[in-house]
Design a binder for this molecule. Structure first.
Ligand SMILES: N[C@@H](CCC(=O)N[C@@H](CS)C(=O)NCC(=O)O)C(=O)O
Length: 218
């Protein structure tokens, strides 16, 4: 069978913000896929199992098997999906808008999320974790708020949903989880609210995944 006819397989964890980015892209583009859950907490972290290291040597989710290749890194995955399944476009045609989309995506994916990732938090004492995560997210959100005041319309970059929005919503979810005060970030909060009204952001939400524990289901 041609690899183009095989359903993609997403290695996922319901609460992983990086995986949620990819789930939104798959939902927006109407791509059907199967999920293989990788529980980041259970058994000491199933991402550390040797068979999963074959899937993603970085021992992180997400990973997507698609078109006969195996991809990791959420932004690379989203850009591959956008190049091969262009509707709706998640990276604008216009070079300046595209640069804004990449700038905002990188700010979140390189400047905020990695600092509050599980692997980092596990290196800290239990009493230090919440404060550390809050300070990383708050610092990043101050920068993001300023940038979004310049670039946003209804969404992060003007009025079209883009890769930047796929990064924003899961990062706001993490901020809420870590009890970050969002009052200083009205633009972030407004865009998040507008995006959460869209079906693709809702169906892919951590509370609605096959591996979501019953007590966290919505
Ligand atoms: N840059 C990667 C980061 C992936 C990542 O940090 N994944 C987290 C979940 S959001 C993870 O698997 N963490 C497991 C760990 O820290 O052990 C991407 O964008 O895909």
């Amino acid at each position: 069978m041609s690899s183009l006819l095989v359903k993609p397989v997403l290695h996922t964890y319901f609460r992983s913000s990086c995986t949620w980015r990819v789930r939104i892209a798959l939902a927006l583009k109407g791509i059907e896929y199967d999920q293989v859950p990788v529980n980041l907490i259970k058994d000491g972290g199933q991402q550390l199992f040797s068979d999963f290291s074959e899937v993603n040597p970085m021992q992180q989710v997400p990973s997507l098997q698609i078109d006969g290749i195996s991809l990791s890194q959420s932004l690379a995955i989203i850009q591959y999906l956008d190049e091969t399944r262009p509707k709706p476009k998640l990276l604008p045609e216009d070079a300046k808008k595209r640069a804004y989309v990449r700038m905002i995506s990188d700010l979140i994916a390189s400047g905020i999320q990695p600092l509050q990732n599980l692997m980092v938090l596990q290196k800290l004492g239990e009493g230090e974790r919440l404060g550390w995560a809050q300070s990383c997210i708050t610092k990043g959100f101050h920068a993001l708020e300023k940038i979004l005041q310049r670039t946003s319309g209804l969404y992060c970059v003007e009025d079209e949903v883009s890769m930047a929005d796929l990064c924003l919503v899961p990062q706001v979810y993490n901020a809420v989880r870590f009890k970050v005060d969002l009052t200083p970030f009205p633009t972030i909060a407004r865009i998040n609210q507008a995006l959460m009204e869209l079906e693709a952001f809702n169906v892919s939400h951590p509370s609605r995944q096959p591996d979501t524990p019953p007590d966290l289901r919505a």
